[in-house]
Design a protein around this ligand. Structure first.
Ligand code: S3P
Length: 170
């Protein structure tokens, strides 16, 4: 089986959905952000603070290249992975890319309750979230072979919906 890559904004539930889906279809679960932080021995927030976004993006792309050599994994990506064309092409070539589509209100409701999202450290974080979503939407749309709406659903429900679609496509 090819990999399954979950893409979408921060707060769309990629990590928890990937974990649920991997358990449902009995394949390994991978969280690229967690792997990156482990490899760098620093949190994502620290990497942004100490080295800047470009270095983080470089590390993210390198890790994706490593992951793409594996098969059979459900991979939770970081929200900005779609920004680089090279990443979009690599995911498309090595897996099924699934976009978790979530409304701005739900995203905001989730991310405003958590810390550790360096891109939202802004004078007006909700406006920043909105502008990130606007800028990225075309990339998510371009990249995704499958789309799932996540508003009002638990990660388990989203994972079950994906499983249903995968079975229907078999
Ligand atoms: C980012 C999202 C984060 C993390 C980093 C950058 C982004 O991952 O990769 O803070 O650019 O949207 P999540 O989408 O898992 O929060």
């Amino acid at each position: 089986m090819r990999n399954i890559y979950l893409i979408g904004m921060m707060g769309s539930g990629k990590t928890s959905t990937a974990r649920e889906l991997a358990a449902l279809i009995k394949v390994p679960f991978v969280d690229l952000d967690a792997d990156l932080a482990k490899k760098a021995e620093h949190s994502i927030a620290e990497i942004f603070k100490n080295s800047g976004e470009e270095i983080f993006r470089e590390m993210e792309s390198n890790l994706l290249v490593e992951q793409a050599k594996r098969e059979n994994c459900v991979v939770a990506t970081g929200g900005g992975v779609v920004l680089r064309r090279q990443n979009r092409e690599l995911m498309g070539a090595t897996g099924l890319v699934i976009f978790l589509e979530t409304s701005l209100e739900v995203l905001w409701d989730r991310v405003s309750k958590e810390k550790g999202r360096p891109l939202l450290e802004d004078f007006n974080p909700k406006r920043k979230l909105m502008s990130l979503l606007r800028a990225r939407q075309p990339f998510y749309d371009e990249c995704a072979e499958m789309k799932v709406l996540t508003d009002g659903k638990t990660a388990k429900q989203v994972a079950e919906e994906i499983q249903g679609k995968l079975n229907a496509n078999d």
